[in-house]
Design a protein around this ligand. Structure first.
Ligand SMILES: NC(=O)c1ccc[n+]([C@@H]2O[C@H](COP(=O)([O-])OP(=O)(O)OC[C@H]3O[C@@H](n4cnc5c(N)ncnc54)[C@H](OP(=O)(O)O)[C@@H]3O)[C@@H](O)[C@H]2O)c1
Length: 183
């Protein structure tokens, strides 16, 4: 998100640079999770964006190896896309689910397995906070005050208290905030 909590990706110095090696964003958000997680939940818009850019089939030959690894990880996972409109999902091992998010998360968590990543755009994050199901948050903060697009934070019915696990600073001023939820 931007510093003021918006979800779209703005341009800023460094935002267009693709590192030949994975930086801390990739390590913290994804590479560290490759052995820990086996399920990823997306809202329909985020899913469609990811399928377009991050399927193995759509990778460019010039992409660095770590991006291929990321695509291979996504395609190894069980992917859940939340949608009322999608009829068919042809990317990877995808299941389309719909309805009350609390019930959906209860069902997914009842299946034995590894950790579940919710790859949330703002709408989904709102809904997840409301369910009280999150154990951890990893927030990537871009050094931009933006004022446009979908917003991550809105009125919440109750407080969510967090314990800071780590803060990482990236070369172009981005932060990666890792919190655990305090219950
Ligand atoms: N992780 C990310 O992907 C990520 C990260 C940062 C920023 N962003 C930005 O966030 C934006 C996308 O986020 P968003 O919040 O607009 O969309 P989103 O969460 O990706 O997708 C919203 C859609 O998910 C479906 N949905 C959500 N909950 C559902 C439920 N319980 N049952 C059925 N369907 C459900 C609906 O799809 P239908 O319309 O099909 O019913 C809804 O329109 C983009 O601008 C992107 O750049 C994304």
């Amino acid at each position: 998100m931007t510093l003021d909590g918006y979800g779209a990706f703005p341009d800023y110095p460094g935002s267009d640079i693709e590192d030949p090696e994975p930086n801390d964003f990739w390590k913290e958000m994804w590479i560290n999770m490759y052995t820990k997680a086996d399920t990823i939940i997306f809202g329909r818009r985020s899913y469609e964006g990811h399928a377009q850019v991050h399927s193995v089939a759509n990778r460019k030959s010039t992409d660095p190896e770590y991006l291929y690894d990321y695509s291979r990880f996504l395609e190894k996972c069980k992917l859940i896309v939340l949608s009322n409109t999608l009829k068919k999902a042809e990317w990877g091992n995808t299941e389309i689910m719909t309805g009350d998010l609390g019930e959906i998360l209860k069902k997914i968590r009842s299946v034995p397995g590894k950790e579940i990543i919710i790859e949330g755009g703002p709408a989904l994050v709102h809904d997840v906070i409301k369910t009280g199901f999150a154990d951890e948050y990893r927030i990537y903060v871009m050094p931009v005050i933006y004022g446009r697009g979908p917003h991550y934070w809105g009125a919440m019915a109750k407080q969510e208290t967090l314990k800071l696990v780590s803060v990482k600073t990236l070369p172009f001023g981005e932060l990666i905030l890792h919190y655990k939820c305090v219950r």
